[in-house]
Design a protein around this ligand. Structure first.
Ligand code: ZN
Length: 489
C-alpha cells in the first residue's frame, strides 16, 4: 500500500526558495545575483521547536561527497536537504512526509517534538525517513506492547535513489513507535529500533532484508513492567548504533515511571537513573553483556541491574539523560551520558555531558567533559569521536555567559581529562538543539545544530564541522512563511 504524498506539499519549500530567487532576479540577472549574493552561516530558518535531538538518529548521513540532513520543520513535518562537498551546492529542504503531529488543535502540547526524523539510505540509494510518532493514540487501536500517547509513527522513502525532491509513504511500520533509530548492516539489512508506545512500553526492533520495503515483526528487547516494591513502572531510554562487524550496540538508562499518587502529583517525570550497555550479534541472534555473557530477551530491570549495569552515575539525586556510544579499536564501548542533579525538577540542575569507557575489565569515568559547566551550572550536551586509544573528541553545545557555543573538547589521556578545543559556532542569546554525529561524517559536516532563541519557536539550523558552519547564499535560506509565523510564534 503506497500513498503518494501530495505533490503540492512536497514542492512547497522549493517554491518558496524559487520565489525568493525570483524576487532578486528582477533587479539584475541571475548570474550576477549568484556571484554577488552574500552568504550566511545557516542553511534554513524554518526548524521548529526542539527540532533536533541525539536520540532520533541518524539525522544526517554523508555518502559519496553529499551530506544528507533532516530536521523537524513547520507543522512538525520532516524536512531533508543536501550539501555537495565538491560543488558547494545546497539543495532543499524538501518536505519528506506529513506528520500526524503538529496539525491538530487537540494535540496535548503546542509542539510535541517527539516525531523528529530519523534517516537511512539503503543499499539501492533510496533515502528513508521515519518520523511523527509519540506512542500512537486511540485512533490506532490497542498497543500490544505498552501504552499510547499521541501521533503515529510513519515511514517515507525517496521516489528515486539519491534524490530528495519527491517522497512516497510506505505503510510498513507500526504507528506506536517513537524515538526511531535506524541501523544498516554491511550486508544491507536494515534494523529499525524504537520504543513501542509511550513511556510505559517495551523497546523493540524490526528487521528488513529488502531495503526497507517490508519489515519483520517487532521483537522486544527491553521490558516495561509494574514494580511491586514502589508505585511505579520500569521504563527505559535507549541509544542504538552499529558496532563492529555484525554487531549492534545499545547504551541505555532506566526511567522510573511513577504512578499518580493520592494527591495526583507525581506521575510521569523525567527521572532517570544509571547507565547500562549491551550488544546484539545480528548474525547469531545472540544478545550479550560487555563481558560476553548471554542475555535473555526482553531484558528486565532485574536482569539489567545484574548483567548490564555500567555505572550508577553520581549517586542519590543525580539523574541521567542518555547520550551515545561508540567502540574503540578493541571493540570496547565508550559512552557519553548527560548527568545532573534532579534533572527536570523545579529545583534541579542542568545536564552535563559525561564520559565513561570500558577498559576490558571495568567501567571507568563519570566526570563532566566540560568541568567549567558544573561550576557555571550550565547545560552541555553532544556526541563524541574516538580518534585513537588516547584521543577522544567531544562536540558539545554549551553556554558561555549568554552566548550559545558549539565547540570541540579534546582528551589526549584516554578520556581522563578534556580541554576546550576549537570553537565551531558562537551565537548571542542562543541555546542549542543538536543531533548525534552525522553517519560517515565528512570533516566539514559533523553535526546538525539548531539555534534556539528566546521568544520564538523557530530555529535557524546549521551544518557544522571542522571549519565551523557550512555557508549558504542568503537568498536560499529564508523559508519561513507568514502563515507559519501566524500559527506558531
Ligand atoms: Zn514515565
Amino acid at each position: 500500500m503506497k500513498k503518494l504524498l501530495t505533490r503540492l506539499s512536497v514542492v512547497s519549500a522549493l517554491t518558496t526558495s524559487l520565489l525568493l530567487i525570483g524576487c532578486s532576479s528582477t533587479k539584475t540577472d541571475a548570474t550576477t545575483v549568484a556571484n554577488n549574493v552574500s552568504k550566511v552561516d545557516f542553511f534554513a530558518d524554518n526548524a521548529l521547536g526542539n527540532s533536533l535531538a541525539i536520540v532520533q538518529h541518524p539525522a544526517g548521513i554523508h555518502l559519496n561527497g553529499i551530506t544528507y540532513v533532516s530536521y523537524q520543520g513547520p507543522l512538525e513535518d520532516p524536512y531533508v536537504a543536501t550539501y555537495n562537498h565538491k560543488t558547494g551546492e545546497w539543495k532543499g529542504p524538501f518536505k519528506a512526509g506529513v506528520s500526524e503531529l503538529g496539525k491538530d488543535p487537540e494535540q496535548p502540547k503546542l509542539i510535541d517534538n517527539h516525531g523528529k526524523p530519523t534517516m537511512i539510505i539503503d543499499d539501492l540509494g533510496y533515502i528513508h525517513v521515519f518520523f511523527g510518532g509519540h506512542g500512537g493514540d486511540k485512533r490506532h487501536g490497542k498497543n500490544p506492547l505498552g501504552n499510547i500517547h499521541y501521533g503515529g509513527n510513519k515511514h517515507t522513502v525517496s521516489k528515486r535513489p539519491y534524490d530528495i525532491t519527491e517522497w512516497e509513504e510506505l505503510d510498513n511500520i507500526t504507528p506506536f513507535g517513537t524515538y526511531n533509530q535506524a541501523v544498516k548492516m554491511d550486508n544491507g539489512d536494515i534494523y529499525l529500533f524504537y520504543r513501542h508506545g509511550a513511556h510505559r512500553s517495551d523497546w523493540v526492533y524490526q528487521k528488513s532484508t529488502d531495503h526497507g520495503r517490508t519489515f519483520g515483526p517487532a521483537v522486544s528487547f527491553l521490558k516495561h513492567k509494574k514494580r511491586d516494591d514502589i508505585e511505579a513502572d520500569d521504563s527505559w531510554y535507549a541509544w542504538v548504533s552499529k558496532g563492529q562487524g555484525d554487531d549492534i550496540i545499545i547504551s541505555y538508562d532506566y526511567h522510573v515511571c511513577w504512578n499518580y499518587n493520592a494527591n495526583g502529583n507525581r506521575g510521569h517525570t523525567t527521572e532517570r537513573h544509571g547507565l547500562y550497555y549491551m550488544g546484539f550479534n545480528t548474525k547469531t541472534g545472540e544478545w550479550k553483556n560487555v563481558q560476553g555473557q548471554p542475555l535473555t530477551l526482553p531484558v528486565t530491570k532485574e536482569a539489567a541491574d545484574q548483567q548490564t549495569l555500567a555505572a550508577r552515575t553520581g549517586g542519590v539525586g543525580y539523574w541521567t539523560f542518555n547520550g551515545s556510544a561508540h567502540l574503540d579499536a578493541n571493540g570496547y564501548p565508550h559512552i557519553g551520558i548527560n548527568i545532573g542533579k534532579d534533572l527536570g525538577a523545579k529545583t534541579g540542575g542542568p545536564k552535563q555531558s559525561s564520559y565513561y569507557k570500558w577498559t576490558g575489565e571495568q567501567w571507568v569515568g563519570g566526570n563532566p567533559v566540560y568541568t567549567q559547566a558544573r561550576i557555571d551550572n550550565t547545560d552541555t550536551r553532544g556526541d563524541f569521536i574516538i580518534k585513537s586509544a588516547d584521543e577522544v573528541r567531544f562536540i558539545l553545545g554549551y553556554q558561555d555567559q549568554t552566548d550559545g557555543v558549539i565547540g570541540y573538547f579534546d582528551s589526549t589521556d584516554g578520556g581522563a581529562t578534556f580541554t576546550k578545543g576549537k570553537e565551531l559556532l558562537r551565537r548571542p542569546n542562543a541555546g542549542w538543539a543538536l543531533t548525534a554525529l552525522i553517519e560517515n561524517a565528512h570533516p566539514e559536516a559533523r553535526m546538525i545544530v539548531a539555534e534556539k532563541v528566546k521568544g520564538t519557536n523557530w530555529n535557524k539550523i546549521y551544518l557544522v564541522g571542522d571549519n565551523g558552519p557550512i555557508k549558504r547564499p542568503s537568498n536560499q535560506v529564508n523559508l519561513l512563511t507568514e502563515e507559519h509565523k501566524i500559527r506558531i510564534k
